[in-house]
Design a protein. Structure first.
Length: 381
């Protein structure tokens, strides 16, 4: 259904400039679909914002302008330029005012002259230099669908983080949406101080030490498993293997799968490790033990056995000490603190897993709990 017809018509020069942008984008679509569409929409947003600013003294001018543009653009370009989408394009320009550097678009002083330079061509064909890229600037790996998802993130620091991580990990738009919905930035920020938070916003997830690797909680809604006391560890493990690629994305960068149910034999007794990974950044093995209940001190002792065994029997020259992670539904931080000594706390970790995305209230409570624990650790040290 076409947008509701509005009698008010936008100034002819504005429609002409937007039409020129879209025609230029059409002709270059084979060259770079994603970048061309992003730049075209940014230019359209720029035209709309500047036109609105000229008419800002007229009440309701902006909405009438968008409705009128939508009617005319619909006839030539379809419903991709409805009034609703034009509002989104306007928001895109306002949130990303520096998407293109000044030398990419050379706008002449705005006049009504017909010999105004064709600024759309240079902008549409602009090739971003990825080596000098920073958040908020155009990147060929961020499509229009990515930007539509990013615009739902209110905090600029968080949005910058997702831009960086999306590029570093080559996230699809769907995976980007999943990571945003799972509150990845907030979960990583739980145990960070102010300096760490700024590093997240400027460098993404910066793995420098073991504590930087593990998230708490780990969100595994992609498994499609219900919250149930009848869930057994073998079912959880099988579901993770069936969704290994998504699980690796949730764990974060650097994880490589090694084995499942690896048997260890110690003086005739057999033990089985649920999952073994190797971390390519920290250069060490990571052993993951799955628990479908609350963490106990016995669980920590068993994981310590696995870690010690791997350090003695599997670790080779060049490998750093093995790390252990218990994924459980709940844990008592005091139990973890009193069970593990100072050295063990550097290699043994426990994280809760959630089979559904946390609510805003759950997240706030989690952040408060983690910050209290963080400050207690600082006071003790």
């Amino acid at each position: 259904m076409s947008p509701r017809r509005v009698m008010t018509k936008p100034p002819s020069p504005l429609y002409g400039r937007i039409r020129q942008i879209l025609e230029s984008a059409r002709s270059g679509v084979a060259r770079s679909v994603n970048t061309t569409q992003v730049v075209a929409n940014w230019l359209i947003g720029r035209e709309i914002v500047e036109e609105e600013q000229k008419g800002k003294q007229r009440a309701g001018y902006g909405e009438r302008l968008l409705e009128s543009l939508a009617v005319r653009l619909y006839k030539e370009y379809g419903d991709g330029y409805s009034a609703r989408n034009l509002r989104f394009i306007r928001q895109f320009y306002l949130e990303y005012p520096d998407l293109l550097p000044a030398d990419a678009i050379r706008y002449a002083a705005r006049t009504e002259s017909t010999d105004r330079p064709d600024s759309s061509q240079s902008a549409i064909w602009y090739a971003p230099r990825t080596e000098s890229w920073k958040p908020g600037r155009l990147h060929p790996n961020i499509s229009w669908t990515h930007y539509r998802t990013l615009l739902r993130v209110d905090k600029r620091d968080a949005r910058a983080f997702y831009e960086i991580e999306g590029i570093k990990n080559n996230w699809s738009a769907r995976e980007l949406e999943r990571q945003i919905n799972s509150l990845l930035y907030e979960r990583l920020a739980m145990s960070k101080d102010k300096t760490g938070l700024m590093r997240l916003a400027t460098k993404g997830q910066d793995v420098q030490k073991p504590a930087d690797v593990f998230k708490d909680p780990v969100v595994m809604e992609f498994l499609g498993l219900p919250e149930s006391p009848k869930l057994v560890e073998t079912d959880l493990e099988q579901a993770l293997i069936n969704n290994l690629q998504t699980f690796l994305l949730e764990l974060g960068k650097g994880f490589a799968f090694v084995a499942r149910q690896e048997r260890l034999t110690v003086d005739g007794d057999h033990f089985y490790i649920d999952l073994v990974f190797y971390h390519t950044v920290l250069k060490c093995y990571v052993i993951i033990d799955l628990k479908t209940g609350k963490l106990t001190h016995q669980d920590l002792g068993q994981l310590q056995l696995y870690v010690n065994y791997y350090d003695h029997e599997r670790r080779t020259k060049g490998d750093n000490p093995t790390l252990g992670l218990i994924l459980c539904t709940d844990k008592n931080d005091a139990v973890v603190r009193y069970t593990l000594g100072p050295e063990q706390k550097k290699t043994i970790f426990a994280s809760r897993y959630k089979l559904h995305l946390p609510t805003a209230a759950e997240l706030k409570a989690e952040i408060r709990r983690e910050l209290k624990e963080f400050h207690r650790e600082e006071d003790r040290s």
